[in-house]
Design a protein. Structure first.
Length: 301
């Protein structure tokens, strides 16, 4: 279960009203660090970052980790759909944050990339993990339209179409995010995801999203988006995702993610061998150490 760090916040995002659920740790006067979580079924901020938030708080940062719109316990309560970057910007405004270090995994990384490109004045630094966002290399452009029809996504749709999702279902689908499917954190994440999928309306919401990916695939990002980013950036990706992508697609997708280093003016990259889609969980100690060093260096200029 989630700890007692969870909080609620009502905020406006354009013409929509959003009830946001988030976690806050660390000293209120600390430099803010915003964590943007992974996408996918039953994702939430705590599920994505439970091995990281307290470490950053202990280092003196003000840690903020919201459930994104349509995930966990954050939802639009009035108005139309809300884009992730717009939600995160409104969340920063509502929590009184002018500039923050931004850390994002997978879909969260794509959201903070857009935010950093469109609002560079709000960003101290950027850390991207989970193999996204990607440059539209020829190989990635050929692969990404079919990423909604992988064996993993077919399994996810089958699980979400069941009358009731079981813990074993969550174990199997969670293991795909790790290079090592028997990693000890698989069990913890599976239980957290099961708690989330059992929230009212969550399974049907996630089922619709999973079926929507059949034709939608996953997007690459235009070069101009990356070139506009002014903040120091760290790409921190796992190298090995055998349960996530087809074997022939792994290398070109990683290459497309690492191609970002040529476009963002101040950009470093670290690739972890034997690590999958969630380095912040599978190799939490190395992830935390690398990020904290990077944030300190970014602050020093």
């Amino acid at each position: 279960m989630e700890p007692a760090t969870g909080r609620e916040l009502s905020l406006r995002v354009g013409a929509s009203q959003v009830q946001a659920h988030y976690h806050e740790l660390g000293p209120p006067e600390g430099v803010p660090v915003l964590f943007a979580h992974t996408g996918g079924a039953a994702a939430s901020a705590w599920m994505c970052w439970y091995r990281n938030l307290a470490v950053f708080a202990a280092a003196g940062y003000r840690v903020l980790a919201p459930d994104n719109v349509g995930f966990g316990q954050t939802a639009v309560v009035d108005g139309g759909p809300v884009a992730s970057p717009a939600f995160l910007l409104a969340f920063l405004d509502a929590t009184g944050v002018e500039r923050a270090h931004l850390l994002g995994n997978s879909g969260g990384g794509m959201a903070i990339t857009t935010l950093a490109s469109e609002h560079p004045e709000r960003v101290r630094s950027l850390v991207l993990s989970g193999g996204e966002p990607r440059v539209a290399t020829p190989a990635a452009a050929a692969i990404t339209p079919r990423l909604g029809r992988t064996a993993r996504m077919d399994l996810v749709r089958a699980v979400l179409s069941k009358p009731e999702v079981t813990l074993e279902d969550m174990r199997v689908t969670t293991a795909a995010f790790f290079c090592n499917p028997t990693h000890p954190e698989v069990e913890t994440v599976a239980r957290l995801r099961l708690d989330t999928i059992r929230l009212p309306g969550a399974q049907e919401r996630d089922r619709k999203a999973a079926f929507g990916q059949i034709e939608g695939g996953r997007a690459t990002t235009g070069d101009g988006v990356f070139r506009r980013i002014q903040a120091p950036t760290l790409l921190l990706h796992g190298r090995d995702e055998p349960g996530f992508y087809a074997a022939a697609d792994e290398a070109p997708l990683l290459e497309a993610a690492l191609a970002v280093v040529r476009l963002i003016p101040r950009c470093d990259a670290l690739v972890l061998g034997g690590c999958g889609h969630w380095p912040q969980l599978e190799m939490a100690e190395r992830y935390n150490q690398a990020c904290l060093r990077f944030l300190a260096a970014a602050a020093a200029g």
